[in-house]
Write a protein that binds this ligand. Structure first.
Ligand code: ZN
Length: 621
C-alpha cells in the first residue's frame, strides 16, 4: 500500500502534549518550571473528563462551577495545551489532569499492566478547588482527590506575596502525592488501617517518593540543577524539595518536606554509621505518619544518589582528565546533557523498583522491613544483573536508618530476598489457563482503544466492594482461587476458621536467570478477625497472604501476615502482630488530646478515625 493511502496520518496521535508547572507558580516562568509533558492521548470531554480521570471544578467556597476546559478544542491542541497561569481555572484543570495522568502512566509502565481506577464504573475525580484551606486529600468515600486553596501567610510568605491565594492544585508534588494515595488504596485497600506505626507512614512516604522522582523526568529542570549544583543533585531544592510554595506560604521558610534527612549518605564524608551514633534515628522515634514516612523517602533517595554517582563517575573522569575536580566555570553543555541522561535513567530504575515492589508486599499490616524485602526481590526478579549496585545501595540506606526486616539473619542480599517456599499445593489448571490468556496483555504498551483489555484487567483486581459481595458474584476464576485457598489454608499460613477473601489476582512478568521473560501470578488473600474490634478502637484485625505463583502452578513466595490462633504462645507471629497493634494504639493515645475527654463513642472508633488519610493530612498544616 502506498504511504498516502494508509491511515497513519489520520490515526489518533498516541501522545498528547500538555504544559504544567514542574514545581509550582512560585518557581516562576523559567523554562525549567514551565514544562511540556506528554501523556497518553485518550478522547476527552470538557473537564477534562476521560476514561479514568474526571476533573470536576466545583468551588465549594464560592458555590460555583467554573467552565471546564476542552483539551480537544483545536485551538488548545495547536498550542499544546494552555500556558501555565494562576489566574485561569481552566489551566488548573489541565494541570491536575496532566500530572495525574503522568503518575498513572508511571505506575503502569513499572507494573506492566493496566490499572483500573474506576469505582462502580465511575472514574477517579479530581476537584481542583474543592474547599478553602491549606490542605489536599484523597477521599476514599467520594473516590476523589480534593485540593484546597488558601491565603499565604501575611507575616512570612517567603517568595510569595503576603496574603496571596495559593492553590494546592498548582503544586506538582501535591497532585502527584494525592493521586498516588488513590492508586495505593486501589492496589492495597487495607493499607489505610494503622495496625502498626509503619502502615500510614508507608502510604505517605511512598506518595512522596512518586512525586519526588517524577521531578527527574523533566529534562530542563534536571539540566538546570546539574549545571547550577555542579552535578550534586542533593543540593538543588527544586529537585529534592517537596511542595515548595505550600511550605513557604505557610510561613515555614522552606519546602514542606525534603528527600534529605540528617542521616549521612554512604558517600558523605562524615560518620557513615548514623544509627550507631548517640542520637536515636527517626525510625526509632517518629510516630507522625509524614515524618516517619520521611525515613523511607530519604533512604530511597540516598540509594538513588549512590547509583547516580556510580553512573556518572566515568563521565566526570573524562571531563576532568582524571582529577575528578569540576571547574568553577560553567560545565560543558555536552557533559550536562550526558549527566542528565544518566540521572534520568538512575531515577527511572529506582522508581520502577519502588513500584514493582508492590507485587511482593503482604495484603495487610505492612512494615518498612517488608518493603525493603519486596524492593530487593522485585528488583532481582526484573533485573538479575545489578551493575550499578542499586540493591546493595537500598539495603545500606535502610540499614543506616535502623530499618531491619524481622526474622532475617544478615543484611546480605541473599538474606534480604524473600525466601522461596516448598509447598506441595498447586494452583488449579483453570486459574493457570486464565493466567495464560491474561499474560498476553502483560507488558504491552497501554492502548486506550483496547476496551477488551479494560474489561479483562478489571476482573483481576477486585475492588473492595467486589470482595464484600457474595461468593456467587465472584468470577469463576476468583471462585477457583477461593476454593484453592480454602482447601490449602494450612499450607498457606491462613487461619483455620475465618473466612477467606480473594482480594485480587493478576499476572506479572519477570526475567528468568537466562534472560527469558517469565509469567507469574500474584494473588492476595485476606482474613478478618472481628474479636478485637472493640478493644482496638474499631480496627478489625486482619491477616492474609500474598502468593507469587509460577506458571506451572508452584507457589514461589508466600508472604504471610498470620492471625493469632487459640492456644498459641505469645511469641507466635499472630500474637506478636496483635501486640504491635496494641502498642501502636497506646502510643497514639498518648499523643491524642481528645483522649482526656473521650466518650465511649470516640473510644470505640478512634483507630478507624485516625486511619483516615484525611485525618492524616490535617497534620500538614
Ligand atoms: Zn499524604
Amino acid at each position: 500500500m502506498k504511504r498516502y493511502d494508509s491511515s497513519y496520518a489520520k490515526d489518533r496521535a498516541t501522545r498528547r502534549p500538555l504544559k504544567i508547572f514542574s514545581s509550582d507558580p512560585m518557581a516562576g516562568s523559567t523554562s525549567s518550571n514551565w514544562v511540556t509533558i506528554s501523556v497518553p492521548n485518550e478522547p476527552l470531554q470538557p473537564g477534562p473528563s476521560g476514561e479514568r480521570l474526571r476533573v470536576v471544578d466545583y468551588d465549594a467556597g464560592s458555590k460555583t462551577y467554573y467552565s471546564a476546559v476542552n483539551l480537544d478544542d483545536p485551538s488548545i491542541l495547536m498550542r499544546g495545551g494552555l500556558d501555565p497561569t494562576e489566574s485561569d481555572p481552566r489551566f488548573h484543570q489541565q494541570m491536575v489532569y496532566a500530572v495525574a495522568a503522568k503518575v498513572i502512566e508511571n505506575f503502569e509502565r513499572a507494573l506492566g499492566r493496566r490499572l483500573s481506577l474506576s469505582r462502580r464504573g465511575r472514574p477517579l475525580r479530581l476537584l481542583p478547588h474543592a474547599f478553602r484551606g491549606a490542605n489536599a486529600c484523597y477521599d476514599d468515600d467520594l473516590h476523589a482527590v480534593l485540593f484546597g486553596y488558601f491565603e499565604a501567610s501575611r507575616e512570612d510568605a517567603g517568595p510569595n506575596m503576603p496574603g496571596q491565594i495559593v492553590f494546592t492544585c498548582l503544586s506538582h508534588d501535591i497532585i502527584a502525592h494525592e493521586v498516588t494515595h488513590a492508586i495505593v488504596h486501589r492496589l492495597r485497600p487495607f493499607f489505610q488501617e494503622a495496625t502498626n506505626p509503619d502502615v500510614l507512614a508507608f502510604h505517605e512516604g511512598f506518595s512522596d517518593i512518586i512525586a519526588l522522582f517524577q521531578h527527574f523526568s523533566y529534562p530542563d529542570l534536571l539540566k538546570h540543577a546539574i549545571q547550577n549544583q555542579r552535578t550534586n543533585l542533593r543540593e538543588n531544592t527544586l529537585l529534592v524539595g517537596l511542595a515548595q510554595q505550600f511550605g513557604y506560604a505557610r510561613g515555614s521558610g522552606r519546602a514542606l518536606r525534603s528527600a534529605i534527612d540528617g542521616t549521612k549518605s554512604s558517600t558523605g564524608e562524615d560518620d557513615p554509621d548514623a544509627t550507631n551514633g548517640k542520637t536515636a534515628s527517626l525510625y526509632d522515634t517518629a510516630v507522625e505518619a509524614h515524618e516517619r514516612g520521611g525515613v523511607v523517602v530519604a533512604a530511597i533517595f540516598d540509594a538513588f544518589f549512590a547509583t547516580y554517582q556510580r553512573r556518572i563517575a566515568d563521565l566526570i573522569r573524562i571531563a576532568t582528565s582524571g582529577t575528578g575536580n569540576l571547574p568553577d566555570a560553567d560545565l560543558h553543555p555536552d557533559l550536562v546533557s550526558r549527566v542528565a541522561s544518566e540521572a534520568a535513567a538512575a531515577s527511572q530504575s529506582i522508581l520502577n523498583m519502588c513500584i514493582r515492589a508492590f507485587d511482593y508486599l503482604p495484603p495487610v499490616d505492612v512494615t518498612f522491613g517488608d518493603y525493603l524485602r519486596a524492593l530487593v526481590t522485585a528488583d532481582r526478579d526484573l533485573t538479575p544483573d545489578d551493575g550499578f549496585g542499586q540493591r546493595a545501595a537500598v539495603i545500606d540506606a535502610f540499614r543506616r536508618r535502623g530499618v531491619i526486616p524481622a526474622g532475617i539473619r544478615s543484611l546480605a542480599e541473599e538474606s534480604v530476598l524473600l525466601q522461596e517456599v516448598e509447598i506441595t499445593a498447586r494452583l488449579p489448571e483453570q486459574v493457570l489457563q486464565t493466567l495464560s490468556v491474561a499474560a498476553q496483555f502483560v507488558g504491552r504498551p497501554v492502548n486506550i482503544d483496547t476496551t477488551d483489555f479494560e474489561s479483562r484487567s478489571d476482573q483481576y483486581q477486585l475492588s473492595p466492594e467486589r470482595m464484600e459481595e457474595s461468593e456467587e458474584a465472584m468470577t469463576d476464576v476468583a471462585k477457583a482461587v477461593h476454593e484453592f485457598a480454602k482447601t490449602n489454608r494450612g499450607q498457606l499460613g491462613l487461619h483455620p476458621d475465618h473466612k477467606i477473601q480473594v482480594a485480587g489476582f493478576h499476572p506479572v512478568l519477570r526475567v528468568a536467570p537466562d534472560g527469558q521473560p517469565l509469567i507469574e501470578i500474584v494473588i492476595q488473600l485476606v482474613q478478618t478477625d472481628r474479636l478485637y474490634v472493640g478493644e482496638l478502637g474499631g480496627l478489625p484485625l486482619r491477616g492474609g497472604v500474598t502468593l507469587v505463583v509460577r506458571a506451572n502452578g508452584r507457589i514461589r513466595y508466600c508472604i504471610a501476615k498470620p492471625l493469632p490462633e487459640q492456644g498459641q504462645d505469645e511469641k507466635s507471629p499472630g500474637n506478636r502482630r496483635l501486640k504491635a497493634t496494641r502498642d501502636h494504639m497506646a502510643a497514639l493515645d498518648l499523643r491524642d488530646p481528645r483522649m482526656v475527654s473521650a466518650d465511649d463513642a470516640y473510644l470505640g472508633q478512634r483507630m478507624t478515625a485516625r486511619s483516615k488519610l484525611q485525618a492524616v493530612h490535617l497534620g500538614w498544616a
